[in-house]
Design a binder for this molecule. Structure first.
Ligand code: ADP
Ligand code: MG
Length: 687
């Protein structure tokens, strides 16, 4: 919420803060050094550069007028207030109303005084009036520039902040770091830009300022985007100094391609080539493979693993949930074991003797491919020679976990190659900024024979009708998921809801036809339920969001999501991606309970309007903003203060083009640029 206008609501005199209060309030906002203050930019501006005539003014406008006090009195009838009548040169009058006031104020507005007042003009019962206008002596010089209104907060008066910022501006170290020929044309110098933004001339375009299009704003955003690009490039260069084993595929890759039950799509072939080229380098690969749900990333991972194993190195594949890891395992085993590859499996639930045996196999290099959950990065898990680490659904892992996997190479001085996979496509601008140090491969094609999923929206009141429909479809041999509401507060209540729904549907459709899957089941139980569902024996699976990622049962063609309004957009898209994997026409039913919040409505609307993961990601970004979208990478705080990735894509492109040249030709300036704009936050970006 913007702070109240200084003109309309002066700080109530009764609550005057202690002497050091504003200073402390300023520090709480992080405004300590001159540079911090210089970069604290106005939310909006007030125009105190001109005086208007009352007869030209309209009610509702914020105006500055001058006149002589014709009457000044304290009224006590209903509520004690100070009423001052002002008459301008043309005889028009204006009533000023003060509900709080000091005796000194009353004296300053004595009859006969010439005053300049500023505030919102209201059409009151007695003609024009202003409540709590800002009052000055009419002799005071008019402002030469627009008056900034800053984001402030309790205990920090605008006047105090204005003074502090005006004093800090000339002292802030704002010397140009960038060689002049590096800047996009038409942008002002940095110091000029900031002076302009804090104190724009009377004729400035308020619109360009408020919408951040003005060249002064552009300059600032460019600086910031450039710093971000540079910091990512620095990280990339740092990584390039590390060594990795050069891995080249051979017979195994050929055999796998020949025995797969399908042909690769053109997109799959392309990304496999891109990844193979990475793996052949002696620098650790750092690649993101993104592709919409169902685009076929697993087989790409299998081929990358085959390259690695062909070269005589081990490969690790890490998935965020046990269910998904287990599913990968089955698929990879079915593809690779017939070719003689030894596959092992390490998760939290593999215990005792079995665990020891697997750990020994990994450490001895006997296990060529190790599939598992985050248990893979525990310190006891050692590899003899890890050549490639694949992280599926990488956004589910923290930065630290991915880094830990990279350190899993017993051989000193070598790092494994890293391939990350994600079904949440990253919008182009985010990919270019936050992931600028990643190489990105994109699967932009779905395997053939898929029919798009039809999405339908129903109010929860129609639930019974949906259940009837499901019964009908199941009778016709179809399979369905029923995803239960996500209840933020506790896993316990999630479970209750799923259990209750399961009981209810089992009663209606027959217990032997309805399975239940949730996070609290024992791993063996989960596997058993999944297997019954995958084999077709179980027509309906009631589940919590444990099925959100990776679950692949091509025969399932119906998805019901209860309380869809409680799910995030990316999550809904992932869930919907569980169907539409086979040849059958698939339907996704979103059941919602109103009233919908603004963002809830936006999310459901997006689901109805598009099935394209990139479009979904773009909308998700628009709804949530980059901070939320990026999740753990930013620990909540937006890293970009000035630039907006949606609007400033052209500046981002320019910054991206300039960064390598600057780093190469002016490394010291490049480093200073990163420090100035990102400081300690630069580390976060590199992780
Ligand atoms: P995701 O990218 O969501 O991880 P999967 O790897 O689970 O997708 O693949 C989805 C389904 O498509 C799987 O059943 C997989 O075996 C199948 N598949 C993958 N590539 C092809 C292809 N080129 N032709 C036909 N089916 C394929
Ligand atoms: Mg997958």
């Amino acid at each position: 919420m913007p702070p109240p206008s200084a003109a309309q609501a002066p700080d109530p005199p009764a609550k005057k803060p202690a002497a050091s209060g504003p200073q402390r309030a300023m520090e709480r906002l992080g405004l300590r050094r001159p540079i911090d203050l210089a970069l604290h930019l106005p939310l909006r501006y007030e125009d105190e550069t001109q005086v208007v005539r009352l007869r030209d003014a309209r009610p509702g406008e914020v105006v500055q007028v001058e006149g002589v006090v014709s009457q000044c009195r304290v009224e006590t009838a209903r509520r004690r207030q100070l009423l001052v009548t002002l008459r301008d040169e043309e005889g028009q009058s204006l009533l000023l109303r003060f509900l709080h006031f000091y005796p000194t104020q009353q004296r300053a507005m004595a009859e006969g005084r010439r005053l300049r007042v500023r505030g919102e003009l209201r059409g009151g019962f007695f003609g024009f009036e202003m409540v709590h206008p800002a009052v000055k002596d009419a002799e005071a010089p008019l402002a030469q520039s627009l008056t900034p209104v800053y984001p402030a907060g309790a205990g920090l008066p605008q006047a105090y902040l204005r003074k502090a910022i005006a004093a800090a501006l000339p002292r802030a170290p704002l010397h140009e770091l960038l060689p002049p020929d590096c800047l996009p044309p038409g942008l002002p110098g940095l110091r000029d830009a900031l002076n302009y933004l804090h104190h724009p001339p009377p004729a400035a375009s308020l619109r360009a300022l408020l919408e951040h299009h003005h060249p002064a704003w552009q300059r600032l955003k460019f600086e910031e985007l450039l710093a971000q690009q540079l910091s990512q490039l620095e990280a990339k260069q740092l990584r390039a100094r590390h060594n990795a084993p050069a891995l080249r595929g051979g017979a195994l890759v050929e055999q796998l391609l020949a025995t797969l039950p399908f042909q690769l799509t053109v997109a799959q072939r392309r990304v496999v080539d891109e990844i193979a080229a990475d793996l052949a380098q002696t620098q650790p690969a750092h690649r993101l493979l993104q592709g919409d749900v169902g685009s076929g990333k697993t087989v790409v991972a299998a081929l990358a693993a085959a390259v690695c194993i062909d070269a005589g190195w081990q490969c690790a594949l890490m998935a965020p949930t046990e269910l998904l890891a287990e599913q990968h395992l089955r698929k990879l085993v079915s593809w690779l074991e017939p070719l003689g590859v030894r596959v092992a499996w390490i998760t939290g639930s593999v215990k005792g003797k079995a665990r020891e045996r697997l750990l020994a196999q990994a450490a001895a290099g006997e296990a060529q491919l190790v599939v598992g959950t985050h248990a893979l990065i525990e310190s006891q898990v050692q590899f003899r020679q890890l050549g490639l680490a694949v992280v599926d659904e990488q956004h589910r892992f923290g930065v630290a976990q991915r880094l830990a996997l990279r350190k899993k190479l017993a051989e000193r001085g070598l790092e494994p190659h890293l391939l990350m996979m994600s079904a949440t496509p990253i919008p182009r601008t985010l990919a270019m900024s936050y992931y600028a140090d990643l190489d990105v491969s994109t699967l932009d094609e779905l395997p053939p024979g898929r029919t798009p999923v039809v999405t339908k929206l129903f109010e929860l009141a129609k639930r019974e009708a949906v259940v009837e429909r499901i019964a009908h479809e199941i009778a016709a041999g179809r399979q369905a998921y029923w995803v239960c509401p996500l209840i933020e507060e506790s896993e316990e209540s999630d479970l209750k809801a799923a259990t209750a729904t399961h009981a209810e549907l089992a009663a209606q459709l027959g217990a032997e036809r309805v399975g239940l899957l949730h996070g609290r089941l024992k791993p063996a139980e989960k596997v058993a339920v999944m297997q019954r569902f995958a084999s077709g024996a179980l027509p309906l699976l009631v589940a919590t969001t444990v099925i959100e990622v990776g679950v692949d049962v091509p025969n399932a063609s119906l998805m019901v999501i209860e309380h869809a309004e409680r799910f995030g957009l990316a999550q809904l898209h992932q869930l919907r991606g569980r169907v539409g994997r086979g040849a059958a026409a698939s339907v996704c039913v979103l059941l919602y309970a109103g009233p919908l919040s603004e963002s809830g409505r936006e999310r459901l609307k997006a689901m109805l309007e598009t099935g394209d993961g990139f479009e979904i990601a773009r909308r998700d970004l628009a709804i949530r903003g980059p901070g939320e979208f990026m999740g753990h990478r930013q620990s909540g705080a937006d890293l970009l203060r000035f630039a907006d990735l949606q609007e400033d894509a052209p500046l981002l492109v320019a910054a991206r083009a300039l960064a390598p040249r600057l780093l190469h030709e002016h490394p010291a300036a490049a480093h200073a640029q990163v420090q100035r704009w990102l400081g300690s936050r630069a580390e976060l970006l590199k992780a």
